[in-house]
Design a protein around this ligand. Structure first.
Ligand SMILES: N=C(N)NCCCC[C@H](N)C(=O)O
Ligand SMILES: O=C(O)CCC(=O)C(=O)O
Ligand SMILES: [Fe+2]
Length: 333
């Protein structure tokens, strides 16, 4: 299984990558305050070319605020199932926002079934329309939830922009480079609950199946339970052990395509064998729906010929969503 995943993952470039047995930790304060942007960029380059993942600390988001968002997340998932199903993603048309029950979305389709339940929201700016945009579905009578989760999304949009500037510098590009394809980018703020795995002995049941993320960048906050695993170059799973105050950052397929495989959208999964409830809060940011994603000229060379044909961000994302959503696969009535 590991060999198969590695083959799907990075094929020819795997021999040039360095192995890792823990995810690198990067202090991003010198990037955010401007005191040593290049120093941070250099660490980002190592992390994203070899692991595709990094922890970032000193990112400027107060831990007390993150704790408050976890608090309402726990309270949301504790609501009765009928209240959560009233917000189901299938009621959301093309915006694909709302609640998804356990086994309602399978991230490694055909191989494993996801035990997690999720709740997704996105940007509410009125001017945006088309697939992945539209109204959010909020639980009634829970204003604190709406305020905190939407506020968190807004902070993540701003932080992702700063991190993408560091990523652009790490590729010797002007720091605003990615902003050209991210004028009104698709973004998803997700809340996740992973019930303990233990009661489910079936071999094909997992927290979230092995996958790469679909877009540009993911910013993940996790509680202290653990269970995230990231594949290293030898095909072994490395624990993404929770670090209080740090976010786990990883890049998705679009950055891998843009960098012509120089940066890795790495395989990861979650298995919660702790016996406790696990909660996590990932934020995903992509490019504009119509942005054309093709390898950057500076990432194409004789030794690394162009590996991808141009694809729009929207077409790529939508293809991966259809593959993982039970309700999108149902034949039309
Ligand atoms: N809008 C909805 N329903 N959200 C699904 C989020 C899936 C995120 C995915 N892992 C990614 O990398 O984008
Ligand atoms: O919950 C986690 O730690 C990871 C979630 C994840 O990989 C995803 O939602 O794409
Ligand atoms: Fe993921």
């Amino acid at each position: 299984m590991s060999k198969d995943l590695i083959a799907r993952l990075d094929d020819k470039l795997r021999d040039t990558r360095e192995n890792f047995d823990s995810i690198p930790v990067i202090d991003v304060a010198p990037l955010l305050d401007g005191s040593d942007k290049q120093g941070v960029a250099k660490q980002i380059r190592w992390a994203l070319s070899n692991a595709g993942f990094m922890y970032v600390k000193n990112h400027g988001i107060a831990q007390g605020f993150v704790d408050d968002v976890f608090d309402v997340t726990r309270r949301f998932f504790a609501l009765p199932m009928d209240q959560k199903m009233a917000l189901h993603v299938s009621k959301s048309d093309v915006a694909l926002r709302g609640y998804i029950e356990p086994f309602g979305e399978n991230t490694d389709p055909g191989k494993t079934r996801d035990l997690k339940e999720c709740f997704d929201i996105g940007s509410e700016r009125a001017a945006l329309e088309g697939p992945f945009f539209g109204p959010n579905q909020w639980p009634a009578g829970f204003p604190q939830f709406q305020e905190l989760v939407y506020g968190y999304h807004e902070k993540m949009v701003a932080l992702s922009k700063q991190l993408l500037r560091g990523i652009a510098l790490s590729l010797d590009l002007p720091e605003t480079h990615f902003e050209g394809i991210m004028k009104d980018p698709i973004s998803i703020q997700r809340l996740l609950h992973y019930p303990p795995q233990n009661g489910h002995a079936d071999k094909d049941i997992i927290g979230i199946g092995a996958h790469t993320d679909y877009g540009n960048l993911t910013i993940l906050a996790q509680d202290d339970v653990g269970g995230l695993q990231v594949m290293n170059r030898e095909g072994n799973w490395v624990d993404g052990t929770p670090i209080r105050g740090a976010f786990v950052i990883n890049i998705g397929d679009l950055i891998q395509k843009l960098t012509n495989d120089i940066y890795l959208a790495n395989m990861h999964r979650v298995i919660n064998t702790s016996g406790r409830e696990r909660y996590s809060i990932p934020f995903f940011i992509d490019a504009d729906f119509d942005a054309v994603i093709a390898p950057l000229p500076s990432c194409v060379s004789n030794s690394n010929p162009q590996r991808y044909q141009p694809v729009t961000c929207g077409a790529h994302k939508f293809g991966r969503f259809v593959a993982s959503y039970a309700h999108l696969q149902k034949p039309a009535a």
